[in-house]
Design a protein around this ligand. Structure first.
Ligand code: FES
Length: 156
């Protein structure tokens, strides 16, 4: 018994060099499409649309955090309809929120002190306003309207 593999003469002759190149090219195109769809993320891309708007397809108000859990001058990560948001409390009792989707290429930004930092290409955002502080992000984070009712922070 041998370990060699032979290609039947009728198969080898049946695939022209041009056909082999076309097949290889199609496979490469499929691979590239697979790499280029959706944003580059560090989280669950399936829950983020291209707009970075976590309000898409929602209605009514939803509790996103407890006021007591958000440090004054700081932020917490939360979810709205399965999409990541960041909730900040600039001053006692005043709350703002933003999509956590970076406006550069869609990675999820994280709270770091009074900033939101993007781990992908280094953009930094003001945690109280969502404005770009540095890096390649072209625009501020998308604001998410929120309100405080008692100790509950709800997206409106
Ligand atoms: S995706 Fe955030 S800086 Fe590029």
């Amino acid at each position: 018994m041998t370990n060699s593999t032979t290609i039947p003469a009728d198969t080898a002759a049946g695939i022209s060099r041009r056909a082999a190149l076309l097949i290889g090219g199609a496979g490469t195109a499929v691979a590239l499409v697979g790499c280029s769809t959706g944003p580059a993320t560090t989280g669950d891309a399936a829950t983020t649309d291209q707009s970075g708007d976590p309000k898409s397809g929602t209605g009514g108000s939803t509790e996103v955090a407890k006021l007591a859990d958000i440090p004054v001058g700081g932020s917490v990560e939360a979810f709205l309809n399965g999409k990541p948001i960041l909730v900040s409390q600039p001053t006692a009792g005043k709350v703002v929120a933003f999509s956590a989707v970076c406006t550069h290429r869609g990675c999820f930004v994280r709270p770091v002190g009074k900033e939101f930092d993007c781990p992908c290409h280094g953009s930094k955002f003001d945690a109280m306003t969502g404005e770009v502080l540095g890096g390649p992000a072209p625009s501020p984070l998308v604001a998410v309207p929120v309100a405080v009712t008692g100790d509950s922070v709800t997206a409106t």
